[in-house]
Write a protein that binds this ligand. Structure first.
Ligand code: ATP
Ligand code: MG
Length: 459
């Protein structure tokens, strides 16, 4: 039985079998206590070993980190803080863990230390909790969209377009780096590469997602995304997961409503379904976590024009590292000032200058701004980026030309505006940014099992 179920069971005096990894073993001449964890919950189950029934010799290899199977009787526990325990009748050792070398011998390792042994850290209480919450959030995302009639749409990870500008890209090739085929002009001959042209890993599924929305009506993507972000920040990964809903007939207002409803749904889902893990994270890492989650649930997000946001920042009297003016891209310090100090609530900032946003965003009448929206959260800054898309063929084409984006990359995207174009909107939620918020962790490397960052791809 899984330990999470066993801990809730009242089938006292029945025989059970539990399998898991030893967290600790202690005791005296007569009795040993083993704390066993199988990853199903943060709590361990206590195994009581009567040393008159099971020889101490046999327990020698039952050390921290070892994997064992215990057969025994489920009994009501007399110890505080636990309902049941297992009185062992036999123990089988599946895998030993030499105490001299097992890295997780002691408790209380730093997150930095655990990052260096990322392949083992799911064995800790903290990463157990984070990864269970990660699973629950992935499930809730699919449930939210499925219940609303959205379709899960799979966009390609390998792409030939490099024009979205969302971030630097990783090239995909099968060519021999030490012997690149060259044309007569000396340039690399991509005709000889696998796809016959330069290709990369995608930075976003949006452009293809729009094709889904303009046929199935409402779709979402949920998959890995790659950005060669050569900046070591606690909020950027080179490989991260993104959720990108895209909806036909949605205008900016509808897009904002969906984003707010979606984030609140996910937070409520976590509070209702991940209670123990959240309480653990609250106790160990972030004393205000549950309070902050409830706070976001209970308050409307502020909706604010970029222009107004800049005015507030300029009148704040605050000395920012990067001073801001109309036209500047907001830094995390600006976003957090608005959210944490000025409004003390999540903020949806809209109508950004077109120069700092992507070419596909719908242009406003003023000729200066576009119908973009960024959702800004406490502790995180930007958690969602989205917009209403430019649906007009002529305007989109003009913008593409203005930015000198090669038409050979964009013809298929432009075609969506040639036949049966429609108003439509969408956004991208960084899955790990959401998890930073929901788990209370401070570094994005600690909410994904195997983080990919500059100079780090070993395991
Ligand atoms: P930022 O300014 O923080 O780099 P962005 O403007 O590049 O974000 P978008 O292109 O709008 O982000 O991507 C949508 C969402 O994806 C962001 O709101 C964020 O939640 C997430 N995101 C973007 N880049 C990364 C990254 N390198 N690692 C993890 N999540 C990311
Ligand atoms: Mg970025």
């Amino acid at each position: 039985m899984r330990i999470s179920e066993l801990l809730k069971s009242t089938a006292y005096n029945t025989e059970v079998v539990v399998k898991g990894w030893v967290r600790t073993k202690r005791g005296n001449k007569n009795v040993a206590f083993i704390a066993l964890n199988d990853g199903s919950c943060v709590a361990n189950i206590q195994i009581v070993v009567d040393l008159q029934k099971i020889a101490e010799e046999q327990l020698k290899s039952v050390t921290t980190g070892a994997c064992i199977a215990v057969t025994g009787t489920l009994v009501e526990s007399l110890g505080a803080g636990q309902g049941v325990e297992v009185q062992a009748t036999s123990i089988e050792v599946y895998g030993t863990a030499d105490p001299e070398t097992y890295p997780l011998q002691k408790k209380g390792h730093s997150l930095e230390f655990l990052r260096d042994i990322a392949y083992l850290r799911p064995r800790t209480n903290t990463f157990g909790a984070v990864l269970r919450i990660r699973h629950a959030m992935a499930y809730a995302i699919h449930k939210f969209f499925n219940d609303k009639g959205f379709y899960y749409f799979h966009t390609p990870l390998i792409t030939a377009s490099d024009c979205e500008g969302a971030g630097a890209m990783f090239q995909v090739t099968t060519m021999d780096m030490n012997n690149l085929p060259k044309g007569e002009d000396g340039a690399i001959d991509y005709n000889q590469d696998f796809f016959g042209k330069p290709c990369s890993l995608t930075v976003s599924g949006q452009l293809e997602g729009e094709l889904g929305a303009l046929s199935l009506g409402q779709i979402y993507t949920f998959g890995p995304t790659f950005r060669a972000e050569n900046s070591n920040t606690p909020r950027h990964l080179a490989e991260f997961w993104m959720i990108e809903p895209e909806m036909a007939f949605y205008e900016l207002e509808d897009n904002m409503n969906l984003a707010e409803e979606f984030l609140k749904y996910l937070i409520r889902y976590a509070l209702e379904n991940c209670r123990e893990d959240l309480e653990f994270m609250n106790k160990m890492w972030d004393k205000e976590l549950i309070e902050r989650l409830n706070f976001v649930l209970e308050n409307d997000f502020v909706r604010l024009d970029y222009t107004e946001g800049i005015r507030i920042l300029q009148e704040s009297g605050r000395k920012f590292e990067f001073p801001c003016h109309w036209g500047c891209d907001l830094q995390s310090e600006h976003e957090r000032y608005l959210v944490e100090e000025h409004f003390k609530r999540p903020v949806i900032l809209i109508n950004y200058p077109k120069e700092i946003k992507a070419f596909y965003m719908k242009q406003n009448e003023d000729g200066k701004t576009v119908r973009a929206m960024d959702v800004l959260f406490p502790k995180i800054g930007e958690i969602i980026g989205g917009s209403e898309r430019e649906a007009d063929y002529g305007k989109l084409r003009a913008r593409i030309e203005e930015l000198q984006i090669p038409e050979k990359d964009m013809w298929w995207y432009l075609d969506t505006r040639r036949w049966g174009s429609a108003p439509h909107s969408g956004f991208g939620l960084g899955f790990e940014r959401l998890l930073l918020f929901v788990t209370g962790m401070g570094n994005i490397r600690d909410v994904i099992p195997f983080p990919r960052t500059p100079k780090n791809a070993e395991f």
